[in-house]
Design a protein around this ligand. Structure first.
Ligand SMILES: *Cc1c(COP(=O)(O)O)cnc(C)c1O
Length: 496
């Protein structure tokens, strides 16, 4: 159909076009799909004044093919041009000397909306292009935000069924309430006794299981993924790097062509990886500052070149970043090393021994572009308080990690390059922590929303208003070892 092809980071998957890459969701060899073409160099001048929809159209077209441009425009219009987001889609605010790109203004008040508003349209477009007669079951493992954003994106979308797994004790009460009250006739949400990594591992296993494959064939179903292992999650995220940069150009904060840094609160590393793709397309990004919580495996990796998952898993006040297996790092290593044999051997090491270490020349290349740091839970609360007192900007716990890590970098390096912090959640999504940070008092989640509003006057996002009044529709909780069984039951039900 078109010339843009995708291959697996582990080198054992025949190349796929865009639609097959979206529908398949993951490499058949367990690797992740990546572009197998030189990325377009974008003309910055031509992008400077575009609306979000038009900019998204330009960027999506680079990944599908020029002949698909008008189709892409229609999809981007549906995702970003119809009041699911505010007019500017991604507002860029200022907090002291840093810029904050608010990625949380979408339908579920999470940054995941940026991609999951578009992915379902990519899916239906691809199903149609391929003349696909089977139904697709979308699997999503979530640390809190992907689940709700995916449910909202896929609910009542023809030809799809969406199955979400979340760690029953590993998400905030508000995140949980958002998911268990989800409406729609093709949605299901199941809690698991386990953590995010357990859920993500089971979902990856589901794609490798020949028994599930046979069952799917029998019932005319196939599996795909709504996690950032799906390349369809990453591509839409490139847009806001360009868009927030151009917002600063248009406000005369930077010159067109001037280099900036981006700071990214990171977990599965999809957000940052989209920035790496933006840089490859010519956006002048000098450094990525990768911020983590106490699960600081990424900080250690960027500092030492060793990815060592043999460590304790912590539940923190920034739960969307409580992750030890950061899937998209595999794509970064592939893109920097350009060697799928090497990636495969690293990933085999990780699977067998829980650890891999990259070569020193590769580490050096990576360290040219990446800085990393982390905050513990008390530092997160201190940062929220200090930032609010000093700048009037109210951070959520995740974005506070970005802010705190950046401030530390700025102080120790003396580097004054203009920096954009990607804000990944509304402060009201983690209202109890935010309120505690401001006042040192503990309130229940819903009281904290009201009280934080009284105290700060920052608007409460619409999706969170009266959330506690909604009817609970999904109560099921299973053991982490029963995920594959649960998926097979659902496959059988789907064809009924
Ligand atoms: C998903 C998420 C992150 C981490 O993003 P990755 O792309 O997985 O690195 C950070 N903060 C919030 C609030 C999130 O929902």
């Amino acid at each position: 159909m078109n010339e843009k092809k995708y291959v697996s980071t582990r080198g054992q998957q025949r190349s796929l076009d865009f639609c097959d890459a979206i529908l398949q969701g993951i490499g058949s060899d367990g690797g992740l799909l990546v572009p197998d073409f030189e990325l377009d160099q974008k003309d910055l001048k031509a992008l400077q004044h575009l609306s979000y929809v038009d900019m998204a159209t330009e960027i999506m077209t680079s990944f599908v093919g020029e002949q698909e441009k008008e189709e892409m425009r229609a999809l981007c219009q549906k995702a970003y041009g119809q009041n699911l987001f505010p007019q500017e889609v991604v507002p860029v605010k200022q907090a002291g000397d840093v810029f904050i790109a608010e990625l949380f203004q979408g339908p579920t008040a999470a940054f995941k909306d940026m991609a999951l508003s578009l992915l379902p349209h990519f899916m239906t477009y691809s199903l149609k292009k391929k003349g696909e007669q089977r139904k697709v079951m979308i699997l999503a493992a979530t640390s809190g935000d992907t689940g709700k954003a995916a449910l909202e994106g896929f609910k009542d979308v023809d030809g799809t069924y969406i199955q979400v797994f979340y760690p029953v004790d590993g998400v905030s009460p508000i995140q949980k309430q958002q998911m268990v009250t989800q409406t729609g006739n093709n949605v299901d949400v199941v809690g698991i006794q386990g953590n995010f990594d357990d859920a993500q591992r089971a979902v990856k296993q589901a794609f490798q299981s020949s028994a599930l494959k046979d069952l799917c064939d029998e019932h005319h179903v196939f599996l795909s993924s709504a996690n950032s292992i799906n390349i369809g999650r990453l591509i839409p995220q490139i847009v806001y790097y360009f868009y927030s940069y151009m917002t600063l150009v248009n406000k005369n904060e930077i010159r067109l062509g001037e280099s900036v840094h981006f700071t990214i609160p990171s977990g599965n590393f999809g957000n940052c990886l989209a920035g790496v793709l933006a840089k490859k397309m010519g956006l002048p990004i000098q450094k990525f500052i990768v911020a983590s919580n106490k699960n600081n495996i990424l900080t250690d990796f960027f500092r030492t070149g060793k990815y060592d998952a043999r460590r304790e898993f912590y539940k923190t006040n920034a739960p969307a970043m409580d992750i030890l297996v950061s899937s998209n790092l595999e794509r970064l290593v592939y893109m920097m090393a350009q060697d799928s044999q090497k990636v495969k051997s690293y990933m085999d090491d990780l699977n067998q021994n829980g650890v891999y270490e990259i070569s020193s020349d590769l580490l050096e290349k990576i360290q040219d572009v990446f800085k990393a740091g982390w905050l513990n839970e008390d530092e997160v609360l201190d940062t929220i308080k200090t930032c609010f007192e000093q700048t009037g900007y109210l951070l959520d716990t995740h974005t506070a990690i970005g802010y705190g890590v950046y401030k530390e970098y700025q102080k120790t390096s003396g580097d004054e390059t203009k920096t954009i912090i990607l804000a990944t959640a509304s402060p009201y999504k983690f209202a109890d922590s935010v309120y505690k940070a401001l006042t040192d008092q503990s309130l229940s989640e819903y009281q904290a929303i009201e009280a934080a509003y009284e105290k700060t006057g920052v608007d409460i996002p619409k999706p969170l208003v009266q959330l506690d009044q909604k009817e609970i529709l999904h109560q099921k909780v299973i053991d982490k070892d029963d995920i594959i069984h649960e998926i097979s039951q659902k496959i059988k039900e789907m064809s009924l």
